[in-house]
Design a protein around this ligand. Structure first.
Ligand SMILES: Nc1nc2c(c(=O)[nH]1)N[C@H]1C(S)=C(S)[C@@H](COP(=O)(O)OP(=O)(O)OC[C@H]3O[C@@H](n4cnc5c(N)ncnc54)[C@H](O)[C@@H]3O)O[C@H]1N2
Ligand code: MOO
Length: 431
């Protein structure tokens, strides 16, 4: 193949290739405290070791009774109950109500053995030290949280591969699970290439450009649960690039930004092929932006060569890296279900698109709270503020020549707050 003509594969074919490449990459696991576990991925199923709640409890402040004794009670014809005592919070219920008897119970306390329901205190009137009138009837189970209502002993709570959220931590704590087995975070090394690229904090000379990709991608990958290592900026010399990739081979994934095309100073391809096998798996992706994407593998490390243009590097990362993660962590997914947050939008403008590559266009919700109108944010893939302005992307499939105004379409975003901050985040009023 003349290397100047890329063999553009579509995303689905790439995923099939990747699945084979990644599924044999081992992700270790270790036990971690639930206090450290948020956002980590479970490495084993979690079953409830006990029921939650562990005992049947009252859902109200009131009286524990036998429901059948309240039958027919009303405002006009209250039922009379004798108070037998009370249940203390945090203790075993010792007194049980017999026929026509009530036991005072606070919200959350253990229901006495023979009681099956509770009456709210405001439905009663204390007419003597040991006597109440009850103005309503209750049915068995009313105002009661049964043992195991939350979860039964041995029931599956969370599946392996699930990414732990704050509410999950609460459920684990409630069940007395203080440590969980989680997958080790995949390690991603980031290498930026280009003689013109300088660190963001540096003074720059004419012709130099500050590094956008490494900081942006490190933030993105960490948000997805990876550990990132920033190798730094490597000049456009094959020897240097080979050394930097070789230095990072202990990582699960190496992401090289820039140098993925076919220019005289684009060495990603050669570097990967020369370091080890199997080397380059694919060069060229039928995605716009992102055409010169490189995928390779050196021993047990996957290497992703991203186009240097910031929007291209971003789109390709969004399309490929979550798939790699999911495959590594679960080791059983054959297709990617959820890569992004998804919302429905309606195109304000007509959009043209060239056939041949599946195109990803940044869009912005015009009025997130009233309608779902979206407008495309056009700009070359060398720009970054198009992405800052955007709420997400739409996809125009490779075989389509564009979309009509008014078309309803899915908007994909890596942000959880899809569309909610459009108004505050305007970078340029009109492009
Ligand atoms: N003859 C051809 N030229 C180009 C083609 C092509 O098919 N034939 N494809 C174009 C496309 S599409 C893209 S995308 C770029 C990809 O080029 P590279 O991956 O080799 O990337 P570079 O040349 O190193 O950089 C491209 C561009 O991006 C800037 N850049 C690079 N790294 C960073 C960074 N970390 N932060 C900010 N900006 C970065 C770099 O300065 C260049 O302007 O190739 C086209 N050319
Ligand atoms: O594919 Mo390039 O990534 O269009 O800008």
């Amino acid at each position: 193949m003349n290397s100047e003509f890329l063999d553009l594969k579509n995303l689905k074919d790439l995923e099939e290739n990747l699945f084979g490449l990644v599924s044999d990459l081992k992700t270790g696991s270790s036990f971690t405290s639930i206090h450290e576990a948020v956002d980590k991925f479970l490495a084993s199923n979690i079953y409830a070791p006990e029921s939650l709640p562990p005992f049947t409890r009252s859902a109200v402040d009131g009286y524990a009774v036998r429901a059948r004794d309240t039958f027919g009670a009303s405002e006009i014809q209250p039922a009379l109950f004798e108070i037998k005592g009370e249940v203390s919070m945090g203790e075993k219920a010792k007194i049980s109500p017999g026929r026509g008897e009530a036991v005072y119970i606070p919200t959350g306390a253990m229901l006495p053995a023979d009681a099956d329901s509770c009456i709210m205190i405001e439905e009663t009137d204390r007419i003597a030290e040991d006597r109440i009138e009850v103005f309503t009837d209750v049915s068995p189970g009313e105002n009661v949280i049964k043992q195991g209502d939350d979860i039964e002993e041995d029931e599956l709570l969370l599946k392996s591969g699930h990414r732990l959220r704050a509410q999950d931590i609460g459920a684990l704590a409630g069940l007395g699970i203080t440590e969980v087995e989680v997958f080790d975070q995949p390690e991603i090394s980031l290498i930026s290439t280009g003689d013109e690229i300088v660190p963001p904090g540096n003074k720059k000379k004419d012709g130099e450009i500050r590094d956008i990709n490494t900081p942006a991608l490190a933030a993105l990958f960490e948000k997805w649960g990876a550990q990132t290592k920033n190798y730094g900026i490597v000049p456009d010399r094959k020897r240097d690039l080979k050394k930097s990739i070789s230095d990072c081979l202990s990582s699960d994934l190496i992401v090289v930004s820039g140098g993925s095309s076919v220019g005289h100073r684009d060495f990603t391809l050669d570097a990967i092929n020369e370091i080890g096998s199997p080397g380059i798996i694919q060069h060229g992706l039928a995605v716009k932006p992102g055409k010169p994407t490189v995928v390779g593998k050196i021993d047990d490390t996957l290497v992703l060569g991203l186009p240097g243009n910031p929007a291209s590097a971003w789109v390709v990362s969004c399309l490929i890296v979550p798939f790699v993660f999911k495959t590594m962590l679960e080791r059983k997914t054959s297709a990617l279900e959820t890569r992004f947050q998804v919302a429905r939008g309606k195109l304000k403008n007509q959009i043209a698109s060239a056939r041949g590559r599946s195109e990803y266009i940044p869009v912005k919700f015009l009025s997130p709270h009233e309608s779902n109108l979206i407008k495309p944010i056009f700009g070359k893939s060398n720009l970054i503020t198009t992405l800052v302005e955007a709420d997400g992307f739409i996809n125009i499939e490779a075989e389509k020549e564009g979309l009509e105004a008014g078309t309803g379409i899915e908007v994909y975003s890596v942000d959880r707050d899809l569309g909610l901050h459009s108004e505050e985040r305007v970078v340029k009023n009109e492009r």
